[in-house]
Design a protein. Structure first.
Length: 446
């Protein structure tokens, strides 16, 4: 299978005359396929690391600025809303203007968000930073995922699932360690991320563009839910699974820090970031171990382990106010749930993306991320309201967990009712050939 990127068709059409003109002009060194897909994956890791980096800091911000638990989940939720808005508006634009321009603007937006975090003096600045961060992340994720598939279909399919889990895990843990053990706890992690984003923006200049420009960029900014016919059935099957597994991330990201510190009777910010690290770390492990499994097997494994893990966490939370056993059970549940997150997320992406053409990839990926971030943000904000105005932290965690299990059961029902259709939709008709056939074959092998 060729790993060469999709080239600009206008360049191919002009033939030797264009090539001789290109030789006469100064050349900018361009990255090869392996280096390109590595850079793209690293950007996705950095974006998700930055999104989870504030998680261990929420307790520090609460101490400095004196806001309530509901504010924590609002700050968490406003990021998800900003990502959603950005996905709906900018999700398809890279299919028209190219991947590189979108990535450059998004990385500059991330750098600006880090600057706002560094200078933040209150909740309003924190919210502003999360909005800027969410808008730039939403603009980037569709372009990144599509570009990785353009450059290398097999590795791109795998990295679209694996990179977000690595980023989420790394951001939560490294931020906690930096805050706990290094100086300037509310500044240093953002300075480091700022340097990473600037370096990646410079590296993007050496990327080859993988799609040719086409008209309709302005029209693509109008939000619409539009799916290619070939992707409609698999999206209907995958969407409940994606929503359920990302709702789980909302549970551990928004309420996990407070739960773990309550169980451990500790104020350490490392404990605050540990639940999300365990969840995302085991999600990445699942993707590595099951990358050769069938799509249907991935989905069923994801749902089953998610239900098992959340149930263990709920039992642990309800078994007492603290102590070694409840804490161990909570983190065991997070690990098993994380395995379900990785399996379900990989299965959902693999079920859909191989069936769409290159100029449809960014838009369809963005739509899948809309489902994911709805699952991430909406239940988390509701959970924050219930912590303050409902039954408190433990009761809200139980209710949230029960809701995640119910979502997973709905997804399981839909998957079982679909029967073998979930496998058949991942196979193209023999008459279809070309890059899409290669992408499907690669995804089935991955």
């Amino acid at each position: 299978m060729s790993s060469a990127p999709i080239t600009d068709t206008t360049t191919q059409a002009r033939g030797p005359a264009r090539r001789s003109a290109a030789h006469a002009a100064p050349k900018r060194p361009l990255l090869g396929p392996i280096a390109s897909v590595g850079l793209l994956a690293s950007i996705l890791v950095s974006l998700l690391s930055a999104s989870s980096a504030p998680t261990p800091l929420y307790a520090v911000y609460q101490q400095h600025w004196g806001f309530s638990p509901i504010t924590v989940t609002v700050v968490f939720g406003v990021y998800a809303v900003a990502v959603l808005v950005s996905l709906l508006i900018f999700g398809k634009v890279s299919d028209h203007v190219g991947r590189r321009p979108v990535l450059l603007v998004a990385l500059l937006g991330q750098a600006a968000a880090m600057g706002v975090f560094i200078t933040a003096g209150g909740v309003h600045e924190l919210l502003a930073a999360r909005v800027i961060q969410g808008l730039s992340t939403g603009a980037a994720v569709g372009a990144l995922g599509a570009a990785m598939l353009d450059v290398h279909p097999r590795r791109g399919s795998f990295l679209n699932s694996f990179a977000p889990t690595v980023g989420t895990a790394a951001g939560a843990l490294l931020s906690g360690l930096i805050v706990q053990y290094l100086p300037e706890p509310t500044h240093l992690v953002y300075f480091l991320l700022l340097g990473v984003f600037v370096a990646q923006a410079l590296a993007v200049l050496a990327l080859r563009e993988t799609v040719s420009r086409k008209p309709g960029a302005v029209a693509s900014l109008a939000p619409e839910i539009k799916l290619p016919a070939a992707a409609r059935t698999p999206v209907a099957i995958a969407a409940p699974v994606l929503f359920a597994v990302w709702s789980l991330t909302g549970l551990y990201g928004a309420l996990g820090p407070a739960i773990s510190r309550t169980l451990e009777h500790s104020d350490s910010v490392v404990w605050g970031g540990l639940p999300l690290f365990v969840l995302a770390g085991f999600a990445g492990l699942a993707i590595l171990l099951l990358h050769r499994a069938g799509t249907r097997e991935l989905m069923l494994t994801g749902i089953a382990t998610l239900i098992t893990g959340v149930t263990i966490s709920l039992v642990s939370i309800g078994s007492g106010s603290g102590g070694a056993l409840p804490a161990a059970g909570f983190f065991l549940g997070a690990a098993i749930s994380g395995f379900g997150f990785g399996s379900g997320f990989q299965g959902g992406i693999r079920m859909v993306i191989p069936l769409v053409a290159p100029h449809e990839r960014a838009g369809v990926l963005s739509l899948l991320y809309v489902v994911c971030y709805l699952g991430l943000g909406v239940p988390a904000v509701i959970g924050g309201v219930l912590v303050v105005h409902g039954g408190g932290l433990v009761q809200t965690a139980r209710e949230y967990g029960v809701a995640v299990v119910a979502l997973a059961l709905v997804a399981l029902t839909g998957l079982l009712l679909s029967g073998r259709r979930a496998e058949r939709v991942a196979v193209l008709r023999p008459a279809e050939t070309g890059p899409r056939t290669e992408a499907v074959t690669a995804a089935q092998e991955a």
